[in-house]
Write a new protein. Structure first.
Length: 226
């Protein structure tokens, strides 16, 4: 089994120690390769260690909002970012999905939930969408952002072919309209796992890190309409 390397960025030493202790109870599966108390130090550690997963406190100092996620994913393209927050905040949730976070959790979660989520995002799963799309106001803002991004691209450049299957395009279309995995499964009369399999295939074919980027890619090329 490959070891999942983790970087923890949080301004509370006790919380960082708690995360480290929780993950290191699963010896051989997780290794905390660094800790940082502010965003700037966190970015430097991420650049030098290339962690598989970054656990990021949304309220930590030294970051330009959650745009640091974008920098993290540029420095370490394969990294997955878990955003933690002390309270529900639709603004932070919006920016977390906009910049490509894989998960968004309250710090009041149980330790085993953090272990489970870390394990899942390390495997390439994208867990933030259900949280976002359960909040209509945030979903609306995300979709508007998709449309704005699509409008910035020169529409005269068209691909020669669509590398996705008809079903995969249909899945992307449902995502762009604000549907969760469960809603997509219900609408298409398939299982939740089949939806996840389609999304994994889409991301692999388009060489993107998450479903947000996949939808933006499809919008830019005119395969779907938001």
């Amino acid at each position: 089994m490959d070891v999942t390397t983790v970087l923890v960025i949080d301004d509370q030493p006790l919380f960082r120690q708690g995360v480290r202790s929780t993950l290191e109870q699963h010896a051989g599966e997780f290794e905390v390769v660094g800790e940082a108390s502010d965003g700037e130090d966190g970015l430097q550690i991420a650049a030098s260690h290339g962690p598989s997963v970054v656990i990021l406190n949304a309220e930590v100092e030294g970051l330009d909002g959650l745009e640091a996620i974008r920098t993290l994913k540029h420095q370490v393209p394969g990294t997955a970012v878990i955003v933690l927050t002390s309270r529900e905040d639709e603004e932070k949730l919006f920016y977390a999905i906009k910049y490509g976070a894989a998960a968004y959790l309250l710090k009041s979660m149980e330790p085993e939930e953090l272990v489970s989520v870390t394990r899942q995002v390390a495997e390439g799963q994208y867990l933030i969408n259900d949280s976002v799309l359960s909040k209509p106001v945030v979903a609306s803002r995300v979709l508007k952002s998709f449309r704005d991004l699509a409008d910035e691209v020169d529409q005269e450049v068209e691909p020669l072919f669509i590398p996705l299957s008809v079903r995969e395009v249909e899945v992307l279309d449902y995502i762009a309209k604000g549907n969760s995995n469960k809603e997509i499964a219900r609408a298409m009369s398939i299982s939740d796992q089949t939806v996840k399999n389609h999304i994994t295939s889409i991301m692999r074919k388009l060489a993107v890190n998450d479903r947000t980027q996949a939808v933006v890619y499809a919008l830019r090329h005119g395969w779907i309409k938001a």
